[in-house]
Design a protein around this ligand. Sequence first.
Ligand SMILES: *[C@@H]1O[C@H](CO)[C@@H](O)[C@H](O)[C@H]1NC(C)=O
Ligand SMILES: *[C@@H]1O[C@H](CO)[C@@H](O)[C@H](O)[C@H]1NC(C)=O
Ligand SMILES: *[C@@H]1O[C@H](CO)[C@@H](O)[C@H](O)[C@H]1NC(C)=O
Ligand SMILES: *[C@@H]1O[C@H](CO)[C@@H](O)[C@H](O)[C@H]1NC(C)=O
Ligand SMILES: *[C@@H]1O[C@H](CO)[C@@H](O)[C@H](O)[C@H]1NC(C)=O
Length: 491
Amino acid sequence: MAEPNNSLHIFTFLLLLFQLAFSWKVTPPLPILPLPSYSQLKWQQREIIMFLHFGVNTFTDSEWGTGLESPSIFNPTGLNANQWADAAAQAGVSLMILTAKHHDGFCLWPSKYTDHSVIGSPWKNGLGDVVQEFVNAAKARDIDAGLYLSPWDRHDKRYGHVKLYNEYYLAQLQELLNRYGSVREIWFDGAKGSNAPNMTYDFREWFSMVKELQSSINIFSDAGPDVRWVGNEKGYAGSTCWSTINATSLSIGNASTLDYLNTGDPKGTNWLPAECDVSIRTGWFWHKSQAPKRPSELLDIYYKSVGRNCVLLLNVPPNTTGLISESDVQRLKQFRGAINTIFSTNLAENCSLEACSQRGGENGGFGPKNVLDDDHLWTYWAPSEKQKENYWIEFKPKSGKIKFNVIRIQEAIGLGQRIKKHEIYVDGIKVARGSTVGYKRLHRLEMGVVDGFSVKIKIVKAKGIPLISSIGLHFDPFWKPKGKVISQRVH
Ligand SMILES: *[C@@H]1O[C@H](CO)[C@@H](O)[C@H](O)[C@H]1NC(C)=O
Ligand SMILES: *[C@@H]1O[C@H](CO)[C@@H](O)[C@H](O)[C@H]1NC(C)=O
Ligand SMILES: *[C@@H]1O[C@H](CO)[C@@H](O)[C@H](O)[C@H]1NC(C)=O
Ligand SMILES: *[C@@H]1O[C@H](CO)[C@@H](O)[C@H](O)[C@H]1NC(C)=O
Ligand SMILES: *[C@@H]1O[C@H](CO)[C@@H](O)[C@H](O)[C@H]1NC(C)=O
């Protein structure tokens, strides 16, 4: 009689024989919880989302309206939402979010529950609906729509009367989520002036209603439930940034959790990735006196948001004509152009690859070559389960040296975020290191351009075996590192 231990070995051996004989595929490894939802994965792949702040503030040259503005000042005579959507499409954006109502309470759609809206405006003789035009324009270009409905309302008299205002807010949510087709993201924030009346929002009821009306939507707020705030309005994530966090430690409008929001939590029990909101200009609304940020600033934001496992929510405000200013349109084009210039070529594409080990051996389907294909989610290099540490993957050009100044690493986040610490070596010399990777980690090399015969990525610490879906070596012609410049390392 065989010992139980031996019978397990015999079983494993037979399984292996069967696999060989019938060429079964080696199974993927088990995931590490928590995992993203379908909608969260889709959101993550968007990388850049566009925000449009538009309303009475556009016409009063302010950021926070008082709620006392007359609807008659809202008159964007040349409003053309197709121009907004064209600008977004050129910038490679697949989701646009509009401020349907900001803190001033003015509604960009004809709500049944108030007269403080476009109904009272000269624009289209009170027959206009900005939300409808926005949604139509986006849809025509295959861009998804999202909406922001400010909880804080400085106009409505019901604000401060808990039951009445929650009913009013929920009624407007139902209008927005029932009338305008598919809405992919809804934005809630905790912004509120210090003198505002006390008000308790029924967030649980609101969120439940949102999910009931739009099943594939992502709800953004300081505390999720689908997407969290990154904790600042600069567009910067922490250099450590986990998509996981404990939602129970978060609450909306709680300033004491900003650092936690910025970095996430390796032990977090919720998948709640961060969105980095920032405006292309100083303010969120359009002001004649302001200009868009320089391309180098936008690129810096890209590296510190998308390049740190987050999605960038870039605000581009329409002007009083109702159009996005030409300077902003041009800036968006330059920004997208720069991203394409840097990332459309993977300098590692023809390299030969080697790794410490691979799941299922040579023909297991989890070899290092997977990091060079076009799938950045579901094909990946997986080391053997037997390997418990010292994970590495190495690139060698088939001839000569490889020269680059940016490295891109992507984890197969569909199976959980795992990497805690990683390092990059060129010909045995460390050129970059970092902690988390997540969906996408970008390193712009501090020392500038490096060249060498081999590039090795070491995964020093991870939760379980690391799974890497993509790696790229790139050249960023715009990157001019400050400080100790060793722009070329000569051998
Ligand atoms: C809000 O409530 C707090 C505590 O109940 C109270 O101290 C404060 O005066 C209230 N503020 C307003 C504006 O009503
Ligand atoms: C803010 O967050 C901290 C840390 O999670 C928590 O201790 C505190 O109770 C929260 N405050 C409010 C008002 O929710
Ligand atoms: C988050 O929750 C996990 C599981 O309960 C716990 O181990 C961890 O310490 C929590 N994180 C923080 C910062 O409290
Ligand atoms: C708004 O932008 C459009 C498009 O660039 C421009 O034609 C128009 O003059 C701008 N309006 C204002 C008030 O600057
Ligand atoms: C890889 O090889 C192909 C085919 O020879 C070539 O067209 C391409 O430019 C090479 N890529 C790089 C980054 O050198």
